[in-house]
Design a protein around this ligand. Structure first.
Ligand code: GFB
Length: 331
């Protein structure tokens, strides 16, 4: 195993390895599975009814018998700003359990490599823009998502601890706000893109005169298409072995008001937009510094217009999934 505590690049090939993707039914996990299968890599998954990822004995037994070479931790309890704020115990407890079980179990079962996925919400509420990796733990978190953020910070620290104590080649990547196929299109609990695609689409279908969006519309967000993240995951597994987590984003952001206008155009809604100021804005700025990943040799390739059109097409073609509660799914 690689015990490097600096940030080393390396060449590790996934070809011929057995890769376990935890959270394969979710948006991120399913994109990682698609990406690996495209390359002919052997992918393993576990079904929720057989292996509850919150159960350490079940996860330990599964990993001991499956013995994957590589593990991708794309499983998590996820949701948008209101879900995070409403269910703090679920977001903290479930995410701590899932990641601790998978990271420890992977170490015990002898995995050669592990990739843990977090979120840009790990950074302080007020951070330099764009946010560099070393802004972590330099200030207070955004209150609406501090529970999820604390769990994700613990996941980064677990990877670093297993590297430091045991020489395990466990790495972490922090994506910006994600969207794409297999997202969770719930009007209340989901993230802003699926929520707005659904709300504007349904309003257009009913012929409504207005659509309500949350907050003031002034916060800025950086949106990354999930297939680009999956590509970055493969890139990092093959080219990075280091102690520090790595930001994954596009390097550009837009206001929520601009996003709403774009969703309005894409869905063909012709009415007005009203802002509900009783709903939280969350953090105002969240664009990440992606220089470290760029210096390793990766950048995103899907334009926002293309990605949004693909996400909307997926929603139209998968109406049932639209309101379903997701299984363990990473966002
Ligand atoms: O996507 P979202 O829930 O995530 O909200 P966060 C982004 C912004 O969109 C906020 C506004 O300013 C919301 O007020 N917004 C407008 C809406 N209309 C809507 C709507 O209908 N639904 C939603 N959901 N938002 C999450 C964290 O924060 O980011 C998670 O809570 C995770 O922990 C995720 O890290 C990536 O960017 O505010």
């Amino acid at each position: 195993m690689n015990a490097d505590l600096t940030n080393a690049s390396l060449t590790y090939r996934l070809a011929g390895k057995r890769v376990y993707v935890a959270g394969h039914r979710g948006m991120v996990g399913s994109a990682v599975v698609r990406r690996l299968q495209r390359d002919g890599v052997e992918v393993m998954t576990s079904s929720r009814d057989k292996v509850d990822l919150r159960d350490s004995a079940a996860v330990g037994a599964f990993l001991k018998s499956a013995k994957p070479d590589v593990v991708v931790v794309a499983a998590a309890k996820v949701g948008g700003i209101l879900a995070n704020d409403t269910y703090p115990a679920d977001f903290l407890y479930e995410n701590l359990m899932i990641e601790a079980n998978l990271i420890h179990g992977s170490f015990v079962s002898g995995a050669e490599k592990l990739l843990f996925l977090g979120s840009s919400c790990i950074y302080p509420k007020v951070s330099p823009q764009p946010i560099p990796e070393d802004a972590l733990l330099t200030g207070p978190l955004e209150p609406t998502n501090e529970w999820y953020a604390i769990a994700k910070i613990a996941g980064i620290k677990l990877c670093q601890a297993y590297r430091k104590q045991h020489g395990a080649d466990f790495i972490s990547a922090m994506p910006s706000n994600l969207y794409g196929p297999n997202d969770y299109f719930d009007p209340e609990k989901s993230h802003v893109i699926p929520a707005l695609l659904r709300r504007f689409h349904e309003a257009e279908q009913r012929g409504d005169r207005e659509v309500v969006c949350w907050g003031t519309g002034t916060p800025r967000r950086e949106f990354l298409y999930v297939d680009d993240l999956a590509d970055a995951c493969v890139f990092l597994l093959e080219n990075y072995s280091g102690y520090d987590h790595i930001n994954v984003g596009t390097g550009s952001d837009i206001t929520i008001a601009e996003l709403s206008e774009t969703v309005k155009r894409v869905t063909g809604f012709s009415g007005a937009i009203r802002w509900d100021h009783s709903k939280p804005d969350g953090t105002m700025l969240k664009r990440m510094d992606t220089a470290r990943l760029a210096s390793l040799g990766w950048k995103s390739s899907t334009s926002f217009e293309d990605g949004l059109a693909k996400a909307y097409r997926w929603y139209l073609e998968n109406p049932v999934r639209g309101g379903e509660v997701p299984a363990a799914a990473q966002h």
